[in-house]
Design a protein around this ligand. Structure first.
Ligand SMILES: Nc1ncnc2c1ncn2[C@@H]1O[C@H](COP(=O)(O)OP(=O)(O)OP(=O)(O)O)[C@@H](O)[C@H]1O
Ligand SMILES: [Mg+2]
Length: 475
């Protein structure tokens, strides 16, 4: 600060002296002083404490670019352009060995970042599954365009009410897997509360339904519900389970015998785009089941020969997580599956329905790689700041002179502050995020993939046109 004052006085003096000192010297002095003052401007994040009123001057600005021009699979995964204009790459091994957590308020660029990551994963031969409960305006088209350009398989599943029959959800599932899917989708896991007593009846009904479906190769929820009418009378206490199963039968998208088999994605690679919902209760249940089904298939794959890598993007995780999927976060990483999760704040991790917040925070908050965009919760900003690490800053202070003859005492001390501090996380511009977890925190700017052209549609299953009459309720 003292230096700034000194240079200001110097600047003033050089202006006053302009008539007697040749102009080049005056102008040179002016320029030097200006440069020095700019460097020592209060709020310069890299050099001292930050000031929220000045922070916008020190933050990197978004850099419009075409991300496809920087894709270079040999160098790694392109994650954006840094403040000096260089492309930043993440090593493949690092990405494949860690889950990624994208945090930021709406419109900041989480889905843009995720689509750029998964596009490169698909190009590198991985099987990519994107769960989009919000029906993102651009993401499906942007990924469809990439798949078309690179000749990769692309499939869109629409799980919303009114969508045609497309998905064979229980295809290839064993009884215990079907049971786990029903328990997860209908939220019947033990929670340690009073209602656990009633959940016992519901879980018993889930087990017998699963057994029936596996033994009789009934892979259609509507048929199973109808065929189990006598069991429904016998196990009346499992009221929630039967109501939930009936609700599921109302979704035409799984009312098929020849629908899309999820195992194909892991065999063929390419992109599977799942369009879900944040509002329709039955679609939310179904998307949680589908997410778990994918984890089941991933976990069942043999370790040798090395299975195809799989990248899963869970946008707005709170509409996709079940206790079972949260547990799978810990196990699938070893089975060549890495997850990219997006949410708006740390608070979202505690607001996942009936899920244990500690387990959710443990699974997602501990992802090895994080990208934090602008946040508006001080808690999340502080969390990002702590993760960015500490830097040492110098602090100069003055003690006033003890007598009129004495001189003020100057002391110099060192202090620490977060490398990227709270003020910065609260003010980051859109499309600029801070990558944490691979070396020193990096602030990078990203631009979206082009999303012009036709929006992809779901492909109805072969038997979809036949309608429900094709599958008699009793078999
Ligand atoms: N392909 C695209 N073409 C043009 N603009 C895009 C494209 N994709 C995203 N955008 C814009 O980029 C900005 C960031 O979008 P993005 O969807 O990544 O935000 P987000 O952080 O995922 O927000 P939300 O939490 O609401 O999903 C938005 O203004 C969006 O409209
Ligand atoms: Mg988004």
């Amino acid at each position: 600060m003292r230096m700034v004052w000194l240079m200001s006085i110097g600047l003033f003096a050089s202006l006053v002296a302009a008539p007697i000192i040749p102009p080049p010297f005056t102008l040179g002095g002016f320029a030097l002083a200006a440069i020095f003052m700019k460097v020592h401007r209060p709020g310069t994040g890299a050099l001292g404490l930050t000031d929220v009123r000045e922070i916008h001057r020190t933050l990197p600005r978004p850099r419009p670019h075409d991300p496809r021009r920087h894709f270079n699979l040999k160098k790694g995964v392109f994650v954006g352009i840094d403040a000096s204009g260089r492309a930043v790459y993440l090593p493949w091994l690092r990405l494949r060995k860690s889950h990624v957590d994208l945090v930021g308020i709406t419109g900041m660029g989480k889905s843009v970042a995720a689509s750029i990551l998964v596009a490169q994963c698909a190009m590198a031969g991985e099987a990519v599954c994107v769960f989009d409960p919000k029906d993102d305006q651009f993401m499906a088209t942007a990924l469809f365009n990439i798949a078309k350009d690179k000749g990769l398989p692309f499939r869109l599943l629409d799980l919303r009410p009114g969508a045609p029959a497309q998905l064979g959800l229980f295809e290839g599932a064993e009884a215990n897997e079907i049971e786990e899917l029903l328990v997860a989708g209908f939220d019947l896991t033990e929670k340690g509360d009073m209602a656990d007593v009633y959940r016992l009846d519901d879980r018993r009904a889930a087990a017998l339904t699963a057994r029936y479906m596996a033994e009789n190769r009934v892979l259609n929820a509507r048929q199973a519900f109808a065929a189990l009418a006598p069991e429904r009378k016998k196990h009346k206490d499992a009221r929630k389970f039967w109501a939930d199963l009936e609700e599921l039968t109302g979704l035409a998208c799984i009312d098929t015998r020849t629908g899309y088999d999820l195992r194909r994605l892991l065999e063929d690679g390419g992109i599977l785009y799942v369009l879900g919902s944040t509002r329709y209760a039955r679609t939310v249940k179904l998307q949680k089941m589908l997410c778990l089904r994918l984890m089941q298939i991933v976990e069942r794959r043999p370790r040798t020969p090395a299975p195809r890598h799989c990248a899963v993007f869970l946008d707005e995780i709170k509409y996709l997580l079940s206790a079972e999927v949260v547990r799978a976060f810990g196990t699938v990483r070893d089975k060549s599956c890495h997850i990219i999760a997006a949410h708006q704040s740390l608070g979202d991790l505690r607001d996942c329905g009936n899920l244990d917040p500690v387990a959710v925070e443990g699974a997602i908050g501990n992802a090895g790689i994080k990208c934090v965009y602008r946040v508006n919760s001080p808690e999340t900003a502080q969390w990002g700041a702590r993760l960015s690490g500490q830097v040492i800053i110098g602090r100069e202070s003055f003690e006033p002179a003890r007598s009129w003859l004495g001189r003020p005492r100057r002391t110099w001390s060192e202090a620490q502050r977060p490398y990227i501090d709270e003020n910065m996380f609260l003010a980051l511009p859109p499309m600029v995020g801070v990558w944490l977890g691979e070396g020193i925190a990096k602030t990078v700017s990203l631009a979206p993939l082009p999303a012009k052209g036709e929006r992809p549609h779901p492909i109805p299953a072969e038997d979809a046109a036949l309608g429900p009459e094709a599958f008699p309720d009793s078999i």
